[in-house]
Design a binder for this molecule. Structure first.
Ligand SMILES: [Zn+2]
Length: 88
């Protein structure tokens, strides 16, 4: 598996993939992809609530990074999914 570094959409820090959560779009909805194997473009965000919220607050950041129009869900909803997936 590739260990290529990725940039966090929230804080712009460059980190190893393992330190980040990948997000993809499924049915125009942003969802965390914990296995890192969902097809299509993905964005990476630190495993950090502040970064998740910051990325979601950046207007158009997801659409731009994913090159597709996406509906940005509530930060609480996304963070809850990340927490559940990471078992935090
Ligand atoms: Zn970050």
């Amino acid at each position: 598996m590739s260990k290529a570094p990725r940039t966090c959409l929230g804080c712009r820090a460059v980190k190893d993939k393992g330190a980040l959560v990948r997000f993809t779009v499924c049915n125009e909805k942003i969802l965390p992809d914990f296995k890192g194997c969902a097809p299509g473009r993905g964005v990476y965000i630190c495993r950090d609530e502040g970064c998740v919220r910051e990325a979601l607050n950046k207007k158009g950041a997801f659409s731009k990074a994913l090159r597709t129009k996406v509906a940005v869900p509530l930060a609480d909803e996304v963070w809850a999914a990340v927490r559940a997936g990471l078992k935090l």
